[in-house]
Ligand binder design. Structure first.
Ligand SMILES: *Cc1c(COP(=O)(O)O)cnc(C)c1O
Length: 355
């Protein structure tokens, strides 16, 4: 750089006015709780989608420290993020290889592809084979070979580490759970493999018969409670927090925000918070969300904007510009309030908040 090009060079950006506080200890505790519920089975961790939005760089160290050794991502582009923390042989890639390039990358890094179709299995074998995981579809009709395809000599020749299937209704009391468990149990003897795996987070609560050799929780590691049996064991992990960037007094009768949907019924002191739907604090929180300052509840007034949310400061009149507050984001409660799933609430958390 020459000295004619110095704009911004020395300037360090000031700290942001929003953040996602992530409690790594809670991730570790949640993994230990799920591992205990998994009985003698080993407990892996789904860390796809940037560890469900909480950040892979925060999740991986906590999971490793807790004792987790098996990790799953969905995309090939997610491999490097996980491989920065753990021996790549402990990483599985759920989407499997769609191309020769995917296979070459898997071998170069040393991660295991999860083979999900005859085409993927053939591609893996033709490009040299090697250790892999194999997904069998036991009724979800998403990814995986059909049970009747497992006898194929090409499939029989695979070097399968984890033979797995995935439950469609584990968060419900559905007869489908037992049907899938039984069909998985029935195919296990048909393919040579080292380990077996069926249960996601919710599946762990279905009991020992669903644990097989390894469980694969995701959402519950990050504070989701997919079945009530887990409620007492799972701690909240992700806490959106933001600064109040303006405080103002609204006379009774005036309105607040886009659409003028909220009308003050008395004189109000309100705070403008630097968190909006671009950060994943979606419009469904309009008039529904609550921010908190200690015990004080500060309800959202009117529509959430792209970069801002307006709150009622009546219960915490001491708050002023620059003060930080947290949004209520306990996942099971938040899901009931908004109609979103706990998965959506976590994974929609935006990049401005994560950094
Ligand atoms: C995402 C995923 C998991 C984890 O599921 P949760 O419901 O988040 O616990 C486990 N197995 C597979 C195949 C997955 O795609």
């Amino acid at each position: 750089m020459t000295d004619t090009c110095k704009f911004g060079e020395q300037a360090v950006p000031p700290p942001p006015s929003l953040r996602l506080r992530v409690e790594g200890d809670a991730i570790a505790d949640n993994w230990r709780a799920l591992d205990a519920m998994s009985g003698p089975a080993k407990t892996a961790a789904a860390v796809k989608a940037d560890a469900y939005g909480v950040g892979i760089e925060r999740a991986m160290p906590a999971l490793l420290q807790a004792g987790c050794r098996d990790f799953y991502v969905a995309h090939w582009a997610e491999v490097a993020g996980a491989a920065a923390f753990v021996d790549p042989s402990g990483i599985g890639v759920l989407h499997g290889p769609s191309s020769v390039e995917d296979c070459a990358y898997a071998r170069a890094i040393g991660v295991r592809p999860v083979l999900n179709s005859m085409r993927q299995a053939g591609l893996w074998q033709e490009t040299g084979g090697g250790r892999c995981d194999l997904m069998v579809d036991t009724g979800m009709n998403r990814l995986g070979l059909r049970p009747e395809q497992l006898g194929d000599p090409m499939v029989q020749g695979l070097d399968v580490d984890v033979l797995m299937s995935h439950l469609a209704c584990a968060d419900e009391d559905s007869a489908m759970n037992e049907r899938q468990r039984a069909s998985f149990a029935a195919v296990i003897a048909q393919v040579p493999h080292r380990r077996t795996s069926l249960a996601n987070s919710a599946g762990i609560a279905l009991g020992a018969a669903f644990a097989f050799d390894m469980t694969r929780p995701g959402i519950a590691l990050y504070g989701g409670v997919p079945r009530p049996e887990m409620a007492s064991a799972i701690r909240q992990v992700a806490f959106p927090e933001a600064a109040i960037i303006q405080v103002r007094d609204v006379p009774a009768g005036e309105t607040v925000g886009y659409g003028a949907t909220y009308r003050a019924t008395r004189d109000l002191r309100i705070g403008i918070v630097a968190l909006g739907y671009a950060d994943g604090y979606l419009r469904c929180w309009s008039d529904v969300g609550v921010f908190r300052d200690g015990e004080a509840e500060l309800p959202v007034l009117g529509l959430v904007s792209m970069d801002m949310t307006v709150i009622d400061l009546s219960a915490a009149p001491h708050l002023g510009e620059g003060d930080w507050i947290g949004a209520d984001y306990d996942l099971p409660v938040a899901a009931k309030r908004t109609g979103l799933t706990q998965y959506e609430l976590l994974t929609s958390i935006g990049p401005r908040l994560r950094r």
